[in-house]
Every structure is written in C-alpha cells, then in structure tokens.
Ligand binder design. Structure first.
Ligand code: SAH
Length: 246
C-alpha cells in the first residue's frame, strides 16, 4: 500500500476526472442560491475535486482519506490557496466514518467508492445525508453490453461489481435515492488528467524506491491498465451519478 500511495502522491489527481466534470455534477443538484452547505468528500486523495468544490460552493467541506500522505498534500494546498477555514481534512476509513446521522447536504466521492463497493458505499453513506441531500459519486461503468472478452475478464476480476449505468441507477433507486442525472467521464479525463501525469512520474518513483521488484510490479500493473484503457476505452468509463436522498 505504501508503494501505491508513493506512486500517486505527487500527482494532481489520483483517478480520472476534471474540474469541468466536477462542476457539471454539481450543477445537477438543485441547491438554493447562496445556501451554506456541509459537504463530505470521501476518498479525496490530494484533493483535486475538493478544491473545485471549495471554489464553487458556500459552506464547509470535510475531506476524508485513509492515507495521511494524501491529506498532507491536501492540507498544504489548502494553506497555499487560502482554504484552511473552509476545508478540514480527516483521516478515516470510508466504511467507518465518524459522522452524525443526517448531517450533510452533499456527499461527494470521485473514483474511490470501489474500495468498499458501490452498493455498500451508497447504503452506508445515505445515513449521513440530510433528507433531500445529494450524493455525487463516480464509479467504473460499462458503456456497452457487447464487450471483448479480454476487457470483460480484466475488469470482472479487478472489480466484480462493475456494471452498466442502468444497473447502477437501479441500485441507487432501490436504496432510497432519486437520480438527478448521470454522465460518463470523457477520455481526456483519463488520459490527459490521470494517466499521462502518472506515467511521467514512473522514472522518479522507481528511483525513490531503488528499483525494487515490488515497486516495478506496481508500475507494471499500472502500465497494463493504461494499455487496456487505450485499447478498450469505447467499452467503459467512470459513470458519474448524482442522486437525491428521498
Ligand atoms: N478523489 C481523488 C482520489 C481517487 S483515488 C481523485 O479523484 O483524484 C481513491 C482514493 O481513495 C485514494 O486517495 C485512497 O487513498 C482512498 N482510499 C482507499 N481506501 C480508502 C478507505 N477505506 N477509506 C478512505 N479512503 C480510501
């Protein structure tokens, strides 16, 4: 895990996404103008989306991650950008959140819910949302029903919960949410914003870790994932789901 964190910690973001898409998701929520919000950003990493949210909302954000190195980066950036009053970081696991029931207007999570699984996550987190509050979550999603075996096998073994958007929406609806909207992340958000910066850091990462077998193995895993994305990007993306707690 330490090596995984080390590989990602210097990147702007730790998963696919973009400011434009964060704001698109935010725009799908019906929030009264000027309302002060309490937002939780779960699996925030070094906070790329946290800062987009901070710039475009009123109120407070609690940014949660399991790994202190990401939170340290986030705190440094919050200090640089003058957001220390607005953003508070919290080291906690997303399945053991120390939150009060019905205390948040928005629960946000980009590229992270897979760590506990979509269904478990959306069920548990619902408790922390005020009635009428919103969930915004991105989740790996099949775009097409007709998939080449190679990519089907890869993702089914990596993340058995991968499904079509219709299945994800159904899970939300079965668990006390109403869909406000959804969309797929565009390929640039994977390639330009996530994979290219990651690849740029490979050499320095190997240096830092003295070219150990373990470090190389983790880098190779990422290389494989990138190659598969290049080849099969028409078949999957992150779906971004925005839903209101009933
Ligand atoms: N939202 C960020 C990071 C996505 S990567 C972005 O889009 O750039 C997934 C994040 O989930 C990582 O920062 C990782 O440290 C965090 N994570 C993994 N397991 C977790 C857990 N059990 N609880 C909280 N965060 C976790």
């Amino acid at each position: 895990m330490e090596l995984m964190v080390d590989l990602h910690v210097n990147s702007e973001r730790q998963g696919p996404g973009s400011e434009e898409e964060t704001l698109k998701a935010l725009s799908m929520m019906h929030i009264p103008e000027g309302k002060k919000l309490k937002i939780a950003d779960i699996g925030c990493g070094s906070g790329s989306q946290t800062f987009s949210l901070a710039r475009h909302s009123r109120g407070d954000i609690i940014a949660v991650d399991l790994f202190p190195s990401f939170l340290k980066k986030l705190d440094e950036k919050a200090a640089d950008l003058g957001f220390t009053d607005k953003i508070t970081s919290l080291e906690a696991s997303m399945d053991k959140l120390p939150f009060e029931k019905e205390s948040f207007d928005i629960i946000w999570s980009e590229g992270a819910i897979y760590n506990i699984g979509f269904e478990t996550g959306i069920r548990q987190w619902r408790n922390f949302l005020k009635p009428g509050g919103y969930l915004a979550v991105s989740e790996i999603t099949w775009i097409s029903r007709n998939r080449p075996v190679e990519i089907e096998d890869f993702w089914t073994s990596e993340y058995p919960e991968i499904g079509m958007a219709s299945e994800k929406i159904r899970i939300l609806e079965d668990n006390g949410y109403t869909l406000s909207g959804y969309f797929y992340l565009k390929p640039e958000s994977w390639i330009e914003n996530y994979y290219k910066p990651l690849e740029k850091g490979f050499a320095a990462y190997l240096e830092r870790n003295k070219h150990s077998q373990e470090a190389k193995k983790i880098m190779e895993m990422h290389r494989e994932e990138i190659a598969l994305y290049q080849k099969f990007k028409d078949y999957y993306s992150y779906g971004f789901y925005i839903a209101r707690r009933d």
